[in-house]
Design a protein around this ligand. Structure first.
Ligand code: URA
Length: 299
């Protein structure tokens, strides 16, 4: 670009310097000067010829080299023609993802368990309960065995491998020992005993249940007891004592009657423990006699 009408004077200012070629410029601008149009401009502006000429020379001194328009441009008057800034399109923030509502599995378990009107419905409710991860690792739901409505309800801890395969509680080695113990006291699953576990699903590597797992499965267990209506509960092992009595320390608790959910509770060693510690069978035998005595008194 050679020059610009930077002053809005209707003249072009050379880029190369103010005074350079000023005489030539005056002559060239005077040559393009149209007296008729200029006189109209004079009448409008009330500028006399000599003042106009002096102004022209002053512009040339400023570096004006060419007349680019017939009239000066008042750029302030053009203000409103300035391109208005386009309404800024602010990048819209993406909506934060809607957080799925947190579910309280314990509350869900309570509602589902309470709704179950009988043992069949309770088993179905457990099968439909999707908040316990143990379910995903297990082959089968292990609900119960024996006589629903029997006087004695035995609560074990959790299914092992055999129970998980068969979908029945206490069918492995510990279960076989349990059956022998019951037979010695004239009890059996066929007559007088109903058997279940705190956990209806086998935990991976037979690990202990997590506190949350215990908390979400206990409402089902409590409902199980309410629907089975036993006279007494026998809780076997620490996990069962924890779930039913809220206490641990089976060595201290065993053989001592307690109460939970409105029913007498007798804590005992777990048969799996007795398989590992056969010397503890003597105490287990004493506890079974205590159970029998209790049943004969409370007839
Ligand atoms: N141990 C338990 O506590 N329950 C079973 O069903 C089997 C082993």
């Amino acid at each position: 670009m050679l020059g610009q009408d930077i002053l809005g004077l209707g003249v072009k200012i050379a880029n190369r310097g103010i005074a350079t070629g000023s005489e030539q410029a005056v002559r060239r601008m005077a040559f393009t000067f149209d007296p008729e149009r200029f006189s109209v401009g004079l009448m409008e502006s009330r500028l006399d010829y000599w003042s106009a000429r002096a102004l022209l020379e002053w512009q040339v001194e400023l570096g004006a080299t060419d007349a680019v328009g017939d009239a000066p441009v008042d750029r302030y008057a053009l203000e409103d023609r300035k391109p208005t800034a386009a309404p800024s399109k602010r990048p819209t923030m993406p909506e934060p993802p809607v957080k799925p509502k947190e579910v309280d599995p314990v509350a869900v378990a309570k509602v589902m368990a309470e709704k179950a009107g009988d043992l069949v419905a309770l088993e179905q409710a457990l099968a439909a309960f999707e908040h316990c991860d143990l379910k995903r690792g297990a082959r089968n739901l292990v609900f119960a065995d024996g006589q629903p409505g029997a006087r004695v309800m035995i609560i074990g801890e959790a299914p092992g491998r055999d129970e998980d395969m068969q979908g029945k509680p206490f069918v492995g080695r510990a279960g076989q020992l349990l059956d022998k113990m019951l037979a010695a006291t004239d009890l059996s699953r066929e007559d007088g005993v109903y058997v279940t576990n705190v956990l209806p699903w086998r935990p991976p590597q037979n690990r202990d249940p997590l506190p949350l797992e215990l908390a979400m499965l206990t409402p089902f267990l409590e409902r199980h007891v309410a629907l089975a209506k036993p006279d007494v509960l026998v809780v076997m092992g620490n996990i069962s004592a924890q779930a039913v009595l809220g206490k641990r320390g089976i060595t201290r608790l065993r053989g001592q009657w307690d109460r939970a959910w409105g029913i007498p509770v007798l804590p005992m060693f777990h048969p799996a423990y007795l398989l590992r510690q056969p010397q503890a069978k003597r105490q287990a035998w004493a506890d079974l006699l205590e159970l029998k005595a209790h049943l004969s008194v409370v007839n």
